[in-house]
Structures are given as C-alpha cells and as structure tokens.
Design a protein around this ligand. Structure first.
Ligand SMILES: [Zn+2]
Length: 387
C-alpha cells in the first residue's frame, strides 16, 4: 500500500470504542541478537499496556481486541524476522484495531523508532516524518541506448519502466564513412533520448511528480535534458554522475541522500518564511503557544516541528483542544488529559488537512522552542499576544 493511501485510510477509519494500536518497529536487524532485543522490548511494552488497560477496568471485549492485535502483530513480526516476508524493509509500522476491524502493515526503507501507542486514534508522527521527507521521486537512469525510469518511495519502488533503443555500436570504420557513421549514431541517440523524454513526461504529468533525479554520464544527461520541457526541468533537484551498470540499490541510496539534502534546504526556507510572517502578524506562527493556538483554530497549513521536540501538555477529551498547561478546558470544563504535545499537534494538523514537516537540525526553529507553522489565513491578533 502506498503511503498517501495509508494515511488517507487511517484518517477515514471511524472511531470505535475499541483501542487503536500503533506499533512502529525498527526492522533493520544488523545482528541476530537485535531481533531478540526487539522481541523483548515489545513483549514488555505489550504486557504493561494490557495490564494497564485491564486494571483500568476496561470491559473484556476491549482487552480481547488488544490481545488479538498483539497476536496478529507478533505473528507478522516473527515472519519478518525469519525473512519470509517484508525482508527488504528497515522499518515496519502496524496499525491495528481488531474490535473495529482494522489491520494494516506498512514497510519503509528507513528505520522507525520502536514504539507502541494505544489510543483512540492511530498515531501518525513517525509516518508523517516519512511522508514529509521522502515523497515520490522520479529517478531517470539513462545512457545513450538504454533508460530505466523509477518512481521511488520509501515504501518501495512503486513503478518502473525500462527502454532499450537499438543504437548501433562503435565499430571500426575508416575514412569518410567514419564521419557518416558518427552522425548516424548521434541520430539514434537523439531519437532514443527523445523517446525516453516522451515517456518520462507522460509519467511525470500523470503522477504529478514533485521531485526528479537524473542519473547517468554528464554528457548524456546534458543531451537528454534538451528534450525535457521546462515543467519537468524545474523539478530536477539533482543529477548524479554514474554508470547504468551500478546496482539498483546503490543508486537508490544515492538518490535518497540527495533528496535528504534537498529536503533540509526546503525546510530552512519554510521555517524562515514562517518566522518572517509571524513577525508581521501574517500567515505564520512561531513558538509553542502561538502554534498551539493555530493548531486549535485548524489554521495550520504546514507544521514545522523539531525532531527533538518533546513536551507534555493537555488535551480536552471532549473538544480535543490542546493546551501547554494542565487544568480544565476553558470551553468544556473537562479535565485535560496529559499528552505529548508533538504527537498531539501532528495528529491534529493531519486531521485538519495540513502537512507536517519534521525538522532535523535548524537553529532558527530551535530558538522558537522547536515549533512553528505556516498558517492558512491572516490571524486576527499578532502572535506575540497569543496564549
Ligand atoms: Zn474542551
């Protein structure tokens, strides 16, 4: 299942009275003993979770729903450890609510952090980080007679096509015919590049691709690029100099590295803009209080959240208002429930149709408590007075 489809499906899943389990697993077991560590970690987490729910007076069918989820996840995880399934992934995410008839597994090419959350809703923070950093990339590997075009997502290589055009090789031909032969070869190369470009544009338009990488020898890339329209060239964020004979894995890793750098630069620009907008009372909020207010008003378009952000706060169990302080909801007078505000903001923003940008290293964001947002419409009061 594709990442965006999964997020969509999770958002649409109706709430039931049964708890929803989110389990992220680091499945990059470099040594055999790491598998045992994983098993032990989750065994303890599950025991604690089920004890807590049972001791909290939950009805039998609620406990049974959790036990079923646990059994199903453990079985799938055992298969993954044996390598019979999902062995290509470094991260596995499970979303389960057997009482509500929901079970989904998602495999990622980057690691997740081991985590279990049992709540009314799925916890999407680690998933959102993926969606944010590695949304579909179109990778074009090209030389003068062959091409392979991939649509890469961390969920795996979704689609790809390859083309081989019949370009004459370089035979030893002497005299004037040598020149004619060269021209002949060049014609073939141009035709090949043109054909690949046509196929690329078709895929690009139909998938609404936002990132393109071209890999090949520099002179070939230059020749090929002449056949690409502006709208595609604008989305090329990296070209990689390499041979088509390099293994797919190597190339994909290189592309992901480039994408990572590209993402960091885009993030910095986004944070900068939010700060500038907040300073003039425009479409931005910085710092915890102002951002919380924008989240509560469902105004957040993009949430910029430091990966290191971790802070407890409160959420109203009734209207889901988020607050930096414990106490009562100012609207419903319900007692606020303690939550980790990073997770809570991510879930609220996704639910309100906003995007998440998990920021790795950014001093500017750090100076605003690690949180900022680009907001949808002009706020009524400057953010300095928020909270
Ligand atoms: Zn409330």
């Amino acid at each position: 299942m594709k990442l965006d489809e999964l997020v969509h499906k999770l958002k649409r899943h109706p709430h039931t009275r049964f708890p929803f389990v989110t389990q992220y697993v680091n499945a990059h077991w470099t040594e055999e003993f790491r598998k045992k560590q994983t098993v032990l970690f989750f065994k303890n987490q599950w025991n604690d979770t089920i004890d807590r729910i049972r001791n909290g007076g939950a009805p039998n069918d609620v406990v049974r729903s959790l036990e079923d989820d646990r059994a199903r996840i453990e079985e799938r995880l055992r298969d993954a450890m044996r390598g019979t399934i999902d062995s290509e992934y470094k991260g596995l995410a499970f979303f389960a609510c057997s009482g509500g008839g929901f079970f989904q597994v998602f495999g990622s090419h980057v690691e997740f952090e081991d985590q279990i959350v049992v709540d009314r809703r799925p916890h999407l923070k680690q998933l959102a980080r993926l969606a944010d950093e590695y949304e579909a990339v179109m990778l074009i590997m090209i030389d003068s007679s062959r091409a392979r075009v991939y649509e890469l997502k961390l969920a795996g290589v979704d689609d790809y096509f390859s083309m081989t055009d019949d370009v004459p090789g370089r035979h030893k031909v002497g005299g004037w015919s040598q020149m004619r032969f060269q021209r002949h070869v060049q014609d073939h190369r141009d035709r090949h590049h043109k054909a690949v470009a046509r196929a690329v544009v078709k895929l690009f338009d139909s998938r609404n691709m936002k990132n393109v990488v071209i890999a090949g020898q520099n002179d070939v890339i230059a020749e090929f690029a002449r056949f690409l329209p502006r709208r595609v060239l604008d989305k090329v964020f990296a070209t990689i100099n390499l041979d088509m004979i390099e293994p797919e894995e190597t190339v994909i890793m290189k592309v992901l590295e480039h994408l990572h750098e590209h993402e960091r630069a885009t993030e910095s620009r986004g944070v900068r803009q939010a700060v500038e907008q907040a300073a003039i009372g425009g479409r931005g909020a910085v710092g915890l209080l102002a951002t919380l207010r924008a989240v509560n008003e469902r105004l957040v378009q993009v949430l910029y959240l430091s990966e290191r952000f971790a802070r407890e706060g409160g959420r109203c169990p009734n209207c889901r208002l988020l607050s930096a302080r414990p106490g009562q909801c100012p609207y419903c007078s319900d007692e606020l429930v303690t939550v980790e505000l990073g997770e809570a903001m991510v879930d609220a923003v996704i639910e309100a149709g906003g995007e998440i940008n998990m920021v790795e290293e950014n001093d500017e964001l750090g100076s605003f408590e690690g949180v900022a947002a680009a907001t949808r419409s002009e706020k009524r009061a400057p953010s300095a007075r928020a909270g």
